[in-house]
Design a protein around this ligand. Structure first.
Ligand code: PGA
Ligand code: ZN
Length: 398
């Protein structure tokens, strides 16, 4: 294989900030496009973005020279070159991810397989459709100051099928919108299409519970929270919560009480990554049914993954910077017996590769934001298509 053409352009993400899109052409004529999401709240352990690109086409001669022309063995080979450019400071993680995804799409086209099957071939995994975590309320530093509430409160419908889960989540979201409109003078929508209201963490959870009941779906819903605690830790070991500040131990007690009272089946980033002992101790005080998942903790880095800290790993392509590095993190998590959850970023594009990735590795969970606006709906719709592909295997001749 040879990459014969590479074009970079700046496009808008869901916050109308500029991010990178790459078009790539193989010598065979097969083409692929990929783009990188950006984040409001990147963790301090994750790879850095490059300088903000400009809108429209831009040229990066050094990149183009390094990434085109010579023979490429496979995805790992190309991603290795991208990682080298990142290490050398010549490309940010946004450029490397956009190029890596563009290469993957072109290579999948050259092999004549859909993207999810191409990823599954690289990973050696069995595809499966993940369960949804649907953002209902956004808070924390995803809001303008003063930050209030958890960064994300999500509903996890479990009806036994993707289509009915999407329907239930849509009904709960709409009910939450109505309840919020009755209680607050204005209801906004965050960059990840979660509802924005001036509510504290427990009030967000209460509203989400009430919404599930009002929609008539309480019996098939549990809830999930992204605490994003790294952004709540003012001083080491102390977490801003409500109007006060709590020690690690007291914060663990609050999270355990909320998990039990509000049926939390998912808890992401309950502590700062530096507080390993707090992470290790949380399991003992949480209900068994609450999965503890690390996002900023592991930063989708295979070398950080440690099953003594959490039950699961959040996979973000843009944290890893390439397809190969993301699959390596997924493999490390599986080798450690951990659950996989694939995640969007707050500043998303219409790119749906994260859905193909989640299905390819058979992730247990996926979060793509609230069911509003095109960048999010593109992902729900791609999951519907992938679900259909997996369930429409050709019937055996009789
Ligand atoms: P971020 O958060 O994209 O702002 O880092 C998104 C998430 O963790 O769901
Ligand atoms: Zn997170």
């Amino acid at each position: 294989m040879k990459v014969s053409g590479l074009r970079l352009r700046g496009i808008l993400d869901s916050r109308a900030r500029v991010t990178v899109e790459v078009d790539l052409t193989l010598g065979s004529g097969h083409q692929g496009t990929g783009s990188a999401p950006r984040a409001i709240a990147p963790g301090r352990l994750e790879r850095s973005r490059g300088p903000e690109p400009v809108l429209g086409t831009f040229s990066a001669p050094a990149l183009q020279a390094a990434l085109t022309g010579s023979a490429v063995a496979d995805q790992a080979d190309y991603d290795g070159r991208l990682a080298g450019l990142y290490q050398a400071g010549e490309a940010g993680a946004d450029v490397t991810l956009a190029a890596s995804l563009a290469f993957a799409r072109a290579a999948a086209a050259a092999c004549g397989v859909p993207l999810y099957a191409y990823f599954a071939g690289l990973a050696g995994s069995i595809p499966a459709v993940p369960a949804l975590m649907v953002n209902v309320f956004s808070g924390g530093i995803h809001l303008p100051p003063p930050a209030r509430g958890f960064q994300q409160v999500m509903v996890l419908p479990a009806t036994g099928g993707l289509r009915s889960d999407i329907e239930v989540a849509g009904a709960v979201f709409s009910a939450a919108e109505r309840l919020a409109a009755q209680r607050f003078p204005a209801v906004g929508l965050s960059a990840s299409s979660g509802l924005v209201v001036p509510a504290g963490s427990e009030e967000q959870l209460g509203l989400a519970n009430d919404a599930a009941a009002a929609a008539g779906h309480a019996s098939v819903c549990t809830f999930g929270v992204d605490v994003a605690a790294e952004h709540l830790a003012q001083t080491p070991g102390r977490y801003r919560f409500g109007t006060g500040e709590l020690s690690c131990q007291d914060f663990a007690g609050v999270l355990a009480r909320l998990a039990a009272s509000y049926g939390l089946s998912y808890l992401e980033d309950p502590f700062d990554p530096a507080e390993a002992s707090a992470w290790r101790g949380l399991r003992a005080v949480l209900p068994r049914s609450t999965r503890i998942v690390g996002d900023d903790l592991f930063a989708t880095d295979e070398s950080r993954i440690d099953q003594s800290l959490a039950d699961g790993v959040l996979l973000k392509l843009s944290q890893a910077g390439t397809v190969t590095a993301t699959l390596a993190a997924a493999a490390a998590a599986r080798a450690a017996g951990m659950v996989l959850a694939v995640s969007h970023r707050s500043g998303e594009t219409e790119d749906t590769a994260m859905c193909d990735l989640a299905v390819a590795v058979g992730a247990e969970l996926i979060k793509v934001g609230g069911p509003r606006r095109g960048d999010r709906l593109a992902k729900y719709n791609q999951l519907l298509r992938l679900d259909e592909s997996l369930h429409s295997a050709p019937s055996r001749p009789t």
